[in-house]
Ligand binder design. Structure first.
Ligand SMILES: [Zn+2]
Length: 102
C-alpha cells in the first residue's frame, strides 16, 4: 500500500488521506503553504474564497478606509470626465459637492 498522509480539510473539517507522493508533488509545485482539500467542491469553496474573495475584501477595506462622503460619487465624476473628453465637450460644471447635494 502506498504511503499516505492524513490531512484535515479546511472547509468541511473532515480528515482525509492523501497519497504522500501526491502531497509532496503539490508542495513542490505550489509551495509550502499550499492548502489541501478533501474534494474538488471543497477546493472550489476554500481556494476561491481565500484567494479571490480574500483579495477582493482586502481591496474593499482599503477603499473603505480611504473613503469619505464623496467616495460614492468619485466614480461617477470620473465617468463624466472621460465622457466629456471622448465627445470633446470639455466643459462640465459638476463637481463632487454638486453630486453629493443631489
Ligand atoms: Zn472538505
Amino acid at each position: 500500500m502506498a504511503k499516505v498522509i492524513t490531512l484535515t480539510c479546511p472547509v468541511c473539517k473532515c480528515k482525509f488521506d492523501k497519497a504522500l507522493k501526491e502531497y509532496n508533488r503539490q508542495i513542490k509545485n505550489k509551495g509550502e503553504d499550499y492548502i489541501f482539500y478533501c474534494s474538488l467542491s471543497c477546493y472550489g469553496k476554500g481556494s476561491a474564497y481565500k484567494q479571490i474573495v480574500g483579495k477582493y475584501i482586502n481591496n474593499l477595506n482599503k477603499g473603505y478606509n480611504n473613503s469619505d462622503k464623496f467616495s460614492l460619487f468619485r466614480n461617477h465624476l470620473k465617468k463624466v470626465r472621460s465622457r466629456c473628453k471622448a465627445s470633446n465637450k470639455l466643459n462640465y460644471d459638476i463637481d463632487l459637492q454638486y453630486l453629493y447635494d443631489l
